[in-house]
Write a protein that binds this ligand. Structure first.
Ligand code: ATP
Length: 224
């Protein structure tokens, strides 16, 4: 049986940037996704509070992906009360699309942080995982921490066509056009009065300036 293949891209999107957009476009292409669901995190429990409000992050995510075909924005985490656990979102999406193959897309840095996620060992019972390169994060299987090496040994499949044959449970990797952009870099650039046109798309750049976002963010160098 071959199933529709739906990608899920979660993120704080504080703000959404060209790295996210490249990741989305390359994932759609490399994994031949039927659709991509972008899920801005409401209140991420594993990191400090986002600099921009949930509504601003949602609005910017909508702007960034407005012209990307087959891409939809999921505002459920933004709308819900309390912390946003990825596992709960995946349970919701699984209930919504019981027969689809779902694949959670993560950059290498997020993949390396997986063992810190709430109930992370259950992820592959709900979705497939697709991991991609990100400068600064080493994805060599031999460099992975033991818990992730075990997942890699158990779930990694070379052939991405396998993703459509079962609803969940496989780990695949794909190569995206490398992007050194991060949301941290965007926030810092804005607060320093630097140009951000190479970091975010024009509509998001305009939104950031119109709403005076990120004008006062802490610089790591100034905290020491
Ligand atoms: P911050 O700098 O605030 O930590 P970020 O740039 O990492 O933010 P997130 O919204 O936390 O952005 O990332 C959401 C997802 O997108 C994660 O899976 C992350 O690995 C991935 N991602 C973000 N930027 C890139 C990039 N430049 N290349 C590859 N993956 C990326």
């Amino acid at each position: 049986m071959t199933r529709p293949l739906i990608g899920i891209l979660g993120g704080t999107f504080d703000p959404v940037h060209r790295g996210h957009m490249q990741l989305a476009a390359d994932a759609i292409h490399a994994l031949t996704l039927d659709r991509l669901r972008c899920v801005p995190a409401g209140r991420p429990p594993h990191r400090g509070a986002p600099a921009a409000s949930a509504d601003d992050r949602l609005a910017m995510t909508r702007l960034a992906f407005a012209d990307m075909a087959n891409c939809e924005i999921d505002d459920a985490e933004i709308r819900q009360e309390g912390p946003s656990w990825t596992i709960r979102t995946l349970e919701r999406l699984r209930a919504e699309m019981p027969d689809a193959a779902l694949v959670l897309i993560v950059g290498a840095d997020a993949f390396l942080g997986l063992p810190t996620w709430h109930r992370w060992q259950e992820l592959l019972s709900l979705v497939h995982l697709a991991v991609t390169n990100r400068p600064g994060a080493d994805l060599q299987p031999s460099a992975l921490p033991p818990q992730l090496q075990a997942v890699w040994r158990r779930a990694y499949v070379e052939d991405r066509a396998a993703l459509r044959t079962q609803p969940a449970g496989c780990l695949v990797s794909f190569t995206m056009t490398p992007s050194t952009v991060s949301a941290t870099r965007v926030r810092q650039a804005v607060s320093r009065g630097e140009a951000i046109d190479t970091l975010v798309c024009p509509t998001v750049e305009k939104y950031i300036h119109q709403h005076h976002l990120y004008t006062h963010v802490a610089h790591p160098g100034l905290l020491a």
